[in-house]
Design a protein around this ligand. Structure first.
Ligand SMILES: Cc1cc2nc3c(=O)[nH]c(=O)nc-3n(C[C@H](O)[C@H](O)[C@H](O)COP(=O)(O)OP(=O)(O)OC[C@H]3O[C@@H](n4cnc5c(N)ncnc54)[C@H](O)[C@@H]3O)c2cc1C
Length: 438
């Protein structure tokens, strides 16, 4: 506090309302910092909530080794989170949400029903353009379908990747998501000639496995073009081989090293609708329902200036999670989660971790402006490839330095009993009412 008062006497930077006379100096209130977070999922909510903690003088909730915040006091802040969806959707559980109507209802919670978000301003809308040089962003607000320009002091981009159906639901509201999931689950359960999942990456494996768990009577076949599952992941062969064993143990049939050349709609002799799949070895198999789990997901960063992006559209973040120095006002712009160019496999744990790093670094910049404190930035290390997959009732994981492990106990450790819904929800402390407002 002493440092802060001393510094206040020296100058009135633009963070403070200018007093009309000297007597007002004792009642000076710094203007709240405006922080705009784009994307209200793992990375975005982590950045927003950890920053809210820090500005309230509390340790950031997601930090395993939180900084000592007791000496910093409170910093007024207005945090706005923009998302196309009307709620928090536990995206990693999509394979289960698209196999069980009961679970689907749990996986999406409207932002207005989440106690932990009460002190954040949530706007449902789609980000169209960020003008980093002017520090403002234009969004199309869903409610009015009209443009809204938001000024900010700090921005966090956390809008992830654009993924196709049925890898993830495409709905923007909870109601339409529930009907989207319900229609899919009905189609899969009624498929009299079985279900074929095309694509043996992590998503295809989980989709096939969850279907078999939820609908044990249904015949589920997974077709993959390579001789190993998860073939494009930078993980060792023993992990890929264990995924295949676990998938077979769950009751899923597998066809490897075959491409599906054509998927042709055709009725069975009794009139049942279905599909004939023509494979690269000339064989043909029949399916009542086909799920494509093979698309490449692309970054949602079309609203950002090219100077911040690599050729594929990922944000070229620095270890502090800042935009690259060649991008305007880069020190006030941060990106976290899947849309960043960073080492390792895209994971929700990494997104939340990056979110709290961005929060700590934004807080340091605020402290510098408000209290004249020399900032101490937190820098992210390279993340090695690691992954845990739910394959039916067991998990298969590869975490360095332990290597590959698997089993039902591991499932409990990695995913609990609800495909990690509770783990993520509790990590972000979404049930907790916010501490008294700032
Ligand atoms: C089927 C599946 C299973 C997975 N399983 C696992 C797993 O077991 N473990 C694991 O660690 N990871 C898993 N992942 C990866 C994990 O889901 C991602 O790493 C994680 O979601 C990244 O979080 P994020 O916050 O960066 O982005 P996202 O979770 O993708 O969130 C981005 C948010 O931004 C919003 N948005 C997008 N564009 C805009 C826009 N223009 N304007 C406004 N809002 C926008 C979206 O609505 C969304 O809410 C899985 C992924 C999939 C698809």
């Amino acid at each position: 506090m002493a440092i802060r008062l001393l510094w206040l006497k020296q100058s009135f930077p633009k963070r403070f309302n200018m007093p009309s006379n000297e007597r007002m100096a004792s009642t000076l209130q710094p203007k709240p910092f405006k922080v705009l977070v784009l994307g209200g999922s793992y990375g975005g909510l982590s950045a927003a909530l950890n920053l809210q903690d820090l500005c309230g003088g509390r340790p950031p909730r997601c930090a395993s080794e939180p900084p000592d915040t007791s000496k910093f006091g409170k910093i007024p802040v207005d945090i706005t989170v923009v998302d196309e969806k009307d709620g928090y959707y536990h995206l990693i559980s999509s394979p289960l949400a698209l196999a069980s109507k009961e679970y689907a209802a749990k996986a999406w919670t409207k932002f207005t029903d989440i106690p932990g978000l009460k002190n954040l301003r949530m706007i449902q809308g789609s980000v169209q353009k960020v003008t980093a040089s002017k520090k403002h962003a234009t969004i199309i607000e869903s409610l009015t379908n009209s443009p809204l320009t938001l000024d900010y002091d700090f921005l966090v981009a956390a809008t992830g990747l654009r993924r196709v159906w049925p890898v993830v639901p495409q709905a923007k509201s909870r109601e339409s998501y529930l009907s989207e999931a319900s229609e899919h689950i009905d189609a899969v359960s009624k498929a009299t000639d079985g279900v074929v999942v095309i694509g043996g990456g992590a998503v295809g494996i989980e989709m096939a496995g969850e279907l078999k768990v939820m609908m044990p009577e249904q015949r589920v076949t997974l077709i993959h073009s390579r001789d190993k599952l998860c073939s494009s992941e930078p993980l060792p062969d023993d992990f890929k081989e264990r995924c295949l064993i676990a998938l077979k143990e769950s009751g899923v049939e597998t066809i490897l090293s075959q491409r599906v050349l054509e998927t042709e709609a055709s009725q069975a002799e009794d009139g049942t609708p279905g599909w004939n799949l023509h494979l690269s070895d000339g064989s043909k198999i029949r399916a009542g329902h086909v799920i494509h789990a093979v698309s490449k997901s692309i970054p949602t960063t079309t609203y950002l200036d090219e100077s911040a992006l690599d050729k594929e559209g990922y944000v070229k973040v620095t270890p502090r999670m800042n935009f690259p120095p060649e991008s305007p006002n880069s020190q006030y712009h941060f990106a976290v989660g899947d849309l960043t160019k960073w080492t390792g496999i895209k994971r929700c744990g990494a997104a939340m971790h990056m979110g709290q790093y961005a929060a700590q670094n934004i807080h340091q910049l605020m402290l510098e402006q408000v209290q004249g404190v020399e900032p101490k930035f937190t820098e992210l290390d390279a993340i090695p490839p690691m992954m845990a997959i739910a394959v039916g009732k067991q998990a298969v994981a590869h975490f360095p330095p332990d290597g590959t492990s698997f089993g039902e106990e591991l499932m409990e450790v990695c995913f609990g009993s609800d495909l990690a819904f509770s783990m993520c929800w509790n990590h972000l402390q979404l049930s907790e009412d916010p501490a008294p407002s700032l």
